[in-house]
Write a protein that binds this ligand. Structure first.
Ligand code: KG4
Ligand code: ZN
Length: 379
């Protein structure tokens, strides 16, 4: 079982008098090297002073997916320049920072180690508090970068590595309502796109191909639809779509299959979210009916609009981060760090890089369908 994070409480006098917290955030858990400076005012207002994202897509494209060793090496080469650029764009010096937030997992551990070690070095050299941020907690607060969304809220976190429904009760306090029992939705988009001959990352490419396609042209599996619980499954859809892709003869067929896949993924996401809204509503008041979708797949227009309709149907408000904060970025890491720092939560310089790090460790430990090892959901 995952042990709890080593947190220390800052001396209150160190926090008193800070009207705003300014954090440098670093993100290196997958194939983006990112750094950002975010200021969080005492009244909760958030300003993104800079956000720099270097995508390694070109380095991984020939392999059709992210190669961990290439990613780690590329992070090492880029991190110095990206952090320097974020500081220059923000127009501040290191003395103006209140703390340093770096992603400490979950993700490709070679890359996580690069950003976390860099963050530790800056924290040590500049005598700044370090906040070791859970990447998923970053996605959870990403919509708060652009709009005021109070806790608690229901979150659908849907990205390349994760597909989870969480009741987010406060800073770092999440209750998992459902998760994928096999692939994440973004992974399904990427792998099906690959079988359609589309480049990596497949999600945006498949969305473009699906435009004007007939979403009823092919029958695809409707996994878990209407079933109890809020878990997801995409592996059946992935296999069926890959088989179907082999039979296609022309461009219209390809467009139609892309439209069917996108609709099937959106349908499963809305069906499970619908159930989660019922469960969430049981122990929350009407005023707390807020729904947030975050993660790379939240950039998909069909997914967004279908979820918006589901939210409205169940009396929930709907929020999603601006597109630039849907996919991986460091502004969300800086904000998650600022929220922790405001509560006096910091980490030691021995904070570990974690390949797996569930947001709700109790649910992850209790659910044997998500084992550790090479198979199963990452967190
Ligand atoms: O959040 P993210 O940048 O990284 C992870 O933490 O996984 O998400 C990347 C995922 C990829 O699988 C990508 O294909 C998917 O988000 N994605 C999309 C779209 N934009 C990104 N999927 C569907 N439609 C999109 N427009
Ligand atoms: Zn992510």
């Amino acid at each position: 079982m995952m042990e709890s994070r080593p947190a220390t409480i800052l001396n209150r006098s160190q926090l008193d008098g800070m009207t705003a917290l300014t954090l440098l955030g670093i993100e290196t858990s997958c194939d983006e090297t990112a750094a950002a400076v975010v200021r969080r005012h005492a009244d909760g207002r958030v300003e993104v002073l800079s956000s720099v994202i270097y995508s390694q897509i070109d380095a991984h494209a020939p392999y059709g997916g992210v190669v961990p060793e290439i990613a780690a090496r590329a992070h090492v080469e880029a991190i110095d320049g990206i952090v320097g650029r974020a500081m220059t764009d923000a127009g501040i010096g290191y003395d103006d920072l209140s703390g340093l937030a770096a992603t400490a997992g979950p993700g490709l551990v070679g890359g996580v180690m690069v950003g976390l070690s860099f963050g530790k070095a800056v924290a040590l050299a500049r005598n700044l508090p370090l906040i070791a941020v859970n990447h998923l907690e970053g996605h959870a607060v990403s919509a708060r970068l652009a709009s005021d969304i109070p806790y608690p809220f229901l979150l659908l976190l849907v990205s390349g590595g994760h597909c989870q429904l969480l009741s987010v009760e406060g800073v770092g306090a999440c209750i998992r309502l459902g998760t994928t029992i096999d692939d994440a939705a973004g992974e399904a988009f990427d792998k099906i796109a690959k079988s359609l001959g589309l480049p990596y990352p497949g999600g945006p490419a498949l969305e473009t191909l699906a435009e004007g396609g007939d979403a009823s042209a092919f029958a695809l599996p409707r996994a878990l639809l209407g079933r109890a619980g809020c878990d997801f499954s995409f592996s059946g859809l992935k296999t069926a779509a890959a088989r179907q892709a082999l039979t296609l003869t022309d461009e219209t067929d390809r467009r139609n299959l892309a439209a069917c896949v996108q609709t099937a993924i959106a349908r499963q996401l809305t069906d499970r979210t619908d159930r989660a809204m019922l469960a969430y509503a049981l122990d929350h008041t009407d005023i707390d009916r807020r729904f947030v979708v975050a993660g790379g797949v939240a950039a998909n227009r069909l997914v967004r609009s279908r979820l918006e309709a589901t939210a409205s149907h169940n009396g929930f408000s709907f929020s999603a981060p601006p597109l630039i904060y849907c996919t991986d970025n460091a502004a969300m890491i800086a904000l998650a760090g600022a929220e922790r720092l405001a509560l006096g939560l910091t980490d030691g310089l021995d904070a570990p890089a974690r390949p797996r790090w569930p947001l709700d460790p109790r649910a992850a430990a209790a659910n044997p369908s998500h084992p550790a090892g090479r198979k199963g959901a990452k967190a």
